[in-house]
Write a protein that binds this ligand. Structure first.
Ligand code: HEC
Ligand code: HEC
Ligand code: HEC
Length: 479
């Protein structure tokens, strides 16, 4: 069954590429000789994508081989073949780099302030503590000994080298939808990095979760184990968006609710979930609770830059997704994701801004500027956010209209006050955004943060917040 899906996807994308290539060849041929790069691209697809991944229809293979031979006959002389192999490899690494970014491998596999991909980042789960391993190509401490098949098995089945079952904190239940070509391009990129000798701290999972073989049963229940299958009744944009959201971007790992075995409930995909004390809001097309009433450009701005005026800024885990991954994607890919998200069937009762309690619209004394909350806001927050919430100095501080200041439960608001927030964006290695908010966990008591939160909710959204000092205390100790 799995093989069938794979075959279908690969033959569809293979043929697509062939049509595109032959068109380009024809265009360039019109202008004169076919260039070296045309040949290398085809040779690369030949050796790296099409043939190594096996099944492409006989016709497709014949055409590819024919084109490549034609190119050889036209242009290649002398030692050109070695050069071709080199630049084919470079192209594969370049493709892998982009896919690795879209799959956000770096943010999990890098310790705070550590070498990218060298592992060591801590994950506190309900079942214990895990550390992300080193995925640089170091042979002793990294993934340097992984073969292609072993790497594919880690990404599709969650089974690492030597048959070691991996925990699903590594989001292989989403990566299982990636094509083999894309998985191998990611591998080629990781193997082009400098090997780093680094051992992550030992995991500390509680019994029985410390028993990795239990994952065999878990996988049977929870890993779909199927490649992404394009839907030919939808546009190419929708299909690209679906692949980015479901497979590479693994958005559902945070935004889809989990069942009692901790597996993703895909029947309620993207309807929101509370994870690590944050609400990863409902992002289905429901107009009230989801993103249904966001315009395309609002959604694009939020994903690509982490901020959209009138919708707030991405904080916490979402700020990381923007910093390491989404802000580095092409405009076309961001647009494709938006096309897909806007078409996700609406689910109205997910995890989002909670319905306002009965008395919500009644004037709340806690929301007045003279209240204790109002005074705390003036002292600690107004300088950056201003009383209108329009923000000063950076538009990232424009918080009016954000879900976080409209949710009476104040879940993310409390998290942001305790953790602070940082969002960095780089373009071609040059920092372009550094949005920073300090933490108020040490400077304010639980009771102060509760009244401050209720003031913010009342003042910016006219809802009566339900944040209590106990809630703030629990949120402090949860992390
Ligand atoms: C949400 C966090 C997260 C993301 C995103 C993530 N990983 Fe991981 N990965 C982990 C954790 C945690 C483990 C360790 C799991 C375990 O110990 O069972 C892991 C394990 C692995 C392993 C097994 C390594 C070994 O020591 O055998 C490989 C390979 C791997 N990840 C590659 C990747 C690649 C490639 C990407 C991007 C496509 C990626 N990971 C994205 C968290 C993540
Ligand atoms: C690591 C967890 C995580 C991942 C992965 C993730 N998100 Fe989020 N997302 C969150 C959290 C948490 C928030 C709330 C952020 C806040 O309050 O500032 C959020 C907020 C959002 C919002 C704003 C919703 C609103 O109502 O304000 C959108 C849109 C969104 N995410 C889309 C995506 C998409 C698309 C992807 C995949 C490319 C994705 N997210 C991946 C955790 C995640
Ligand atoms: C030094 C300037 C600064 C101060 C002081 C500050 N903030 Fe922020 N705040 C920011 C910036 C910048 C962001 C956007 C951060 C990001 O995108 O990661 C932000 C984000 C937020 C958000 C998230 C909005 C969203 O859409 O999810 C809320 C809520 C918030 N601040 C409330 C407060 C409150 C309440 C205080 C006072 C206790 C405060 N801030 C103090 C700069 C500040």
């Amino acid at each position: 069954m799995q093989m069938l899906f794979l075959r279908r996807l690969e033959s569809v994308s293979g043929v697509y590429r062939l049509v595109w290539d032959s068109w380009r060849m024809r265009e360039r041929d019109r202008k004169g000789c076919i260039s070296m790069s045309d040949f290398t691209e085809i040779a690369h697809q030949d050796s790296c994508s099409t043939f190594s991944s096996g099944p492409l229809s006989g016709l497709g293979r014949a055409i590819t081989t024919g084109l490549a031979t034609f190119a050889i006959a036209t242009c290649v002389a002398g030692n050109g073949v070695a050069h071709a192999a080199d630049s084919a490899h470079d192209a594969l690494v370049e493709k892998g780099k982009y896919l690795t970014t879209a799959a956000d491998c770096e943010s999990c596999h890098t310790a705070k302030g550590g070498v990218p991909f060298a592992g060591g980042r801590e994950f506190k789960l309900p079942m214990g503590v895990l550390y992300a391993p080193n995925i640089t190509p170091d042979k002793e401490t990294g993934i340097g000994e992984y073969t292609d098949d072993e790497f594919v098995s880690a990404m599709w089945d969650g089974v690492g080298r030597g048959g070691r079952h991996l925990y699903p904190a590594f989001p292989y239940t989403s990566y299982t939808k990636l094509s083999r070509d894309d998985v191998l391009a990611i591998k080629a990129y990781l193997f082009s990095l400098k090997p780093v000798h680094a051992v992550s701290p030992p995991n500390n999972m509680r019994f029985p979760f410390s028993q990795r073989w239990l994952m065999v049963g878990w996988n049977m229940l929870n890993n779909p184990g199927r490649r992404f299958e394009p839907d030919s009744s939808r546009s190419p944009e929708w299909n690209r968006g679906a692949y980015l959201v479901e497979a590479l971007g693994h958005c559902g790992e945070c935004h889809t609710p989990r069942g009692w075995t901790y597996g993703l409930k895909n029947s309620r995909a993207l309807s929101g979930e509370t994870m690590q004390g944050w609400k990863a809001y409902n992002i289905t097309s429901d107009p009230k609770q989801g993103i249904g009433d966001w315009s395309e450009s609002e959604l694009e701005a939020y994903l690509a830059t982490g901020h959209s005026d009138g919708r707030g800024s991405a904080s916490g885990p979402m700020a990381e997704a923007v910093s390491y991954s989404l802000s580095r994607l092409t405009h076309d890919d961001i647009h494709a994701m938006v096309v897909y998200l806007k078409a996700v069937p609406p689910i109205a009762d997910g995890v989002g801004v909670a319905p306002a309690p009965e008395q919500a619209k009644m004037p709340d004394p806690a929301a007045s500027a003279n209240s204790e909350g109002g005074r705390l806001f003036a002292g600690a927050c107004k300088s950056c956010h201003t009383l209108s919430g329009a923000g000063r100095q950076t538009n990232y501080a424009a918080i009016a209209g954000a879900a976080t200041v409209s949710d009476p439960e104040g879940t993310n608001l409390v998290r942001i006050l305790l953790d602070g927030s940082v969002l960095d964006i780089e373009k071609n290695g040059i920092p372009t955004v550094h949005a920073f908010m300090p933490s108020f966990g040490l400077s304010h008591t639980d009771a102060e943060l509760a009244v401050l939160s209720n003031y913010v909710l009342g003042h910016f959204s006219g809802v009566r917040g339900t944040v209590t000092a106990d809630q703030v205390r629990d949120a402090r100790t949860a992390q």
